[in-house]
Design a protein around this ligand. Structure first.
Ligand code: PMT
Length: 220
C-alpha cells in the first residue's frame, strides 16, 4: 500500500452496536465491540484521510487523529451520518445497527407483572439504503453479518442498496464477526467480483479493505 493515498480525502466510518431503550433500565442491543470499525478509522487516518467515526456505545479508545461522534440509538446514528454524509469521499458502514426498536419507550422503570410480557417492535431507518439513494460521487461500502449463504445475501444488498462494495462476514464462523480481534470476510465489488479473504486480524482486514477500495476507486 502507499501511505498517504487518502490525503485530502474525507472518510466516514460507523462502528459498534446501537442501543434501543424500553425503559431507563432495559434495552435491546447486539454484541458488536466496535473493533472492526475502529480499525477501519485508524487505517483511514494512517493513509492520510480526514476521518469521522460515528460510534455506538463501545469501550474503545479513539484512534489518533480521528474525529469521533458518539451516538446511542439507530436514530441518532442516522442523524449523525446524514449530517456529515455529503462531504465524504468514502463511507464505510461497519456498525451493527438495530433493525428494530421498541415501539414504546417508558420514562419510568416498568414494574414486574405476573405472566408474560410482549414487546412490540418497530423498524428503524435503514441508514445504508438512504446513503445509496443520496450517493453521487462517493464510494459507499456496506458490511453484512450473515449466518448462512453469506455471499448470496451480500450480493443482494450490494445491488439493492446501490453500494460500491460489500464486506460479508459469516458471523457463525469460528474467530470471525462480533467481538473477536480477528475476522474472516469476503469482499465483493460493484462487478460482483468476489475476493475471499483468509482469517486475519481486524487491523489487517482494515488494511486489505482499503487496498481493495483503491483498486475499485473511479470504476466507471
Ligand atoms: O464490532 P465488532 O465486534 O468488531 O464486529 C464487527 C461486525 C461483525 C459488527 C462487522 O464486521 C459487521 O458485520 N457489521 C455489520 C453488521 C450488520 O448489522 O449487518 P446487517 O447485515 O444487519 O446490516 C447490513 C448493513 O446495513 C451494514 O452495513 C449496516 O451498518 C447497515 N444498516 C443496517 C440496519 C440499519 N437500520 N441501517 C444500516 O445502515
Amino acid at each position: 500500500d502507499s501511505p498517504g493515498w487518502l490525503h485530502g480525502k474525507r472518510v466516514l466510518v460507523t462502528a459498534g452496536p446501537t442501543r434501543e431503550k424500553i425503559d431507563p433500565v432495559r434495552y435491546f442491543t447486539n454484541p458488536s465491540s466496535g473493533k472492526m470499525g475502529f480499525a477501519l478509522a485508524e487505517e483511514a487516518a494512517r493513509l492520510g484521510a480526514t476521518v469521522t467515526l460515528v460510534a455506538g456505545p463501545v469501550q474503545l479508545e479513539t484512534p489518533a487523529g480521528v474525529n469521533r461522534i458518539d451516538v446511542t440509538t439507530a436514530e441518532e446514528m442516522y442523524q449523525a451520518v446524514l449530517a456529515n454524509n455529503k462531504t465524504q469521499d468514502i463511507v464505510i458502514k461497519s456498525a451493527a445497527v438495530a433493525d428494530y426498536r421498541p415501539a414504546v419507550t417508558y420514562d419510568k422503570k416498568m414494574k414486574k407483572q405476573p405472566g408474560e410480557y410482549v414487546v412490540e417492535m418497530e423498524r428503524t431507518k435503514d441508514i445504508l439504503k438512504k446513503l445509496g439513494e443520496e450517493k453521487e460521487r462517493q464510494f459507499l461500502v456496506g458490511f453484512a453479518a450473515e449466518t448462512d449463504t453469506p455471499v448470496r445475501y451480500g450480493k443482494e444488498k450490494l445491488e439493492k442498496k446501490n453500494l460500491d462494495a460489500i464486506v460479508i462476514n459469516n458471523v457463525a464462523a469460528e474467530g470471525a464477526g462480533f467481538g473477536h480481534d480477528t475476522n474472516r470476510a469476503v469482499y465483493i465489488n460493484h462487478k460482483f467480483e468476489e475476493t475471499e479473504l483468509p482469517m486475519m486480524t481486524k487491523k489487517q482486514l482494515a488494511q486489505t479493505i482499503f487496498n481493495q477500495i483503491k483498486l475499485d476507486w473511479n470504476h466507471e
